[in-house]
Design a protein around this ligand. Structure first.
Ligand SMILES: Cc1ncc(C[n+]2csc(CCOP(=O)(O)OP(=O)(O)O)c2C)c(N)n1
Ligand code: SF4
Ligand SMILES: [Mg+2]
Length: 351
């Protein structure tokens, strides 16, 4: 709970990184998400990655939109800069911040509702512009915060908590990111920290638009009608003296599987998610091959995970715009104001 402060005392034997920080120095407030929510595992992976990379927390700017996923930056990197924006508007605020101060490490955290519905346009443009950032979508196929409506990434034929079938085609964030020109595209699963932590570290080291789609189960809005642990079942069979909403804690799903292997993961609602980890000889430097690979496996009902595409030579928005090396917010009036003579020359050129 956010009003319960975390104890500041650290055990003296906790391991420190090269900056002298323990892993706990990269934590944030206590999470208010449902017990077992995949998003908390992603926060833990971000903490681990930043600690292992010896990133000074004050060098990170974390930005998000609106949703359970977008709440998570409050639960990690408590010493970093943070901006919780409007629903779907994280990318434009991040782009502006990045243009003003290129020296920070930009981490955008969003949800499938935030990025694939209301924020789809913003998502598209920050990727195609090559904004230097790590963009993580915590993808659960629902609007978790507003009680589980289908998001645009929900599979056709999947049923909601109320048993309603989704008749719309899903939108694949990875396929879109590849098409839109992101120079680093990866997918993972929240419960696979062996894969997720290195992917976050690689994305943080990439110059350009790095996109990470992380499948992250929502434990609250996938309880099927047959379940005796569902809200409806409990309400119908509960002779209660008052009505309280209860979110039953569920175990986090954790997985381990090797390169080239597939794994079937039974989710909390009983649906099976088939993940395939990339083959060891997969070459991630070919964008078109990556698009084909993702589509072919998708047609077989497999969700491919791993680093799908990277352009190691990528350039970012600052390179495209040829901005000065000094962050714009460090420049003084003398550098920012060209003076009367320069202005007169520009005006003359426009006559
Ligand atoms: C302009 C606007 N429209 C709608 C909402 C209501 N709303 C809040 S969060 C959300 C969807 C969140 O879904 P997602 O991004 O997938 O996050 P999750 O909770 O699933 O992690 C919606 C529609 C809002 N806050 N603002
Ligand atoms: S409603 Fe779903 S997404 Fe939101 S905190 Fe609970 S489990 Fe996570
Ligand atoms: Mg969601």
């Amino acid at each position: 709970m956010t009003w319960i402060a975390k104890p500041k005392l650290h055990h003296p034997t906790l391991a420190c990184n090269a900056l002298g920080y323990t892993r706990r120095d990269y934590e944030g407030k206590i999470s208010t998400l449902c017990a077992g929510c995949g998003h908390d595992s992603i926060s833990a992976a971000i903490i681990q990655a930043c600690w292992e990379l010896d990133i000074a927390p004050h060098r990170v700017a974390k930005l998000s939109g609106i949703g359970c996923s977008s709440k998570t930056p409050d639960y990690f990197l408590g010493q970093s800069h943070g901006f919780n924006t409007v629903h779907g508007r994280m990318p434009s605020v991040l782009t502006g911040a990045n243009l003003a101060n290129r020296e920070l490490i930009y981490l955008g955290v969003s949800g499938d509702g935030d990025s694939a519905s209301i924020g789809l346009g913003q998502f598209a443009h920050c990727l195609r512009r090559g904004v230097n950032m790590v963009y993580i979508v915590e993808n659960n196929g629902v609007y978790g915060l507003t009680k589980g409506q289908f998001s645009a990434t929900a599979d056709r034929g999947s049923t909601s908590k109320r048993g309603v079938e989704n008749t719309d085609s899903p939108l694949d964030m990875v396929g879109l990111a590849l098409q839109l020109g992101a120079s680093f595209v990866a997918r993972s699963f929240s419960g696979d920290k062996q894969q997720l932590v290195p992917l976050i570290k690689a994305a943080l080291g990439h110059r350009g638009a790095a996109f990470l789609d992380v499948i992250s189960p929502c434990v609250a809005f996938n309880n099927h009608p047959g379940s005796t642990k569902s809200y409806d079942y409990v309400r119908e069979h509960n002779d209660a003296v008052n009505r309280l909403d209860l979110i039953p804690p569920r175990a986090r799903i954790e997985v381990q599987y090797g390169a080239g292997e597939t794994i079937d993961i039974e989710q909390h609602d009983g649906r099976v998610l088939r993940l395939r980890k990339l083959d060891p000889d997969y070459d991630p430097r070919d964008r078109i091959a990556a698009m084909n690979y993702v589509q072919q496996h998708q047609a077989r009902g497999e969700v491919v995970t791993g680093l799908l595409y990277v352009d190691p030579e990528a350039e970012d928005l600052h390179a495209h715009l040829r901005t000065v090396d000094t962050p714009l917010n460090h420049l003084g009036e003398a550098e920012l104001c060209p003076g009367q003579a320069a202005l007169a020359k520009i005006n003359a050129g426009l006559r």
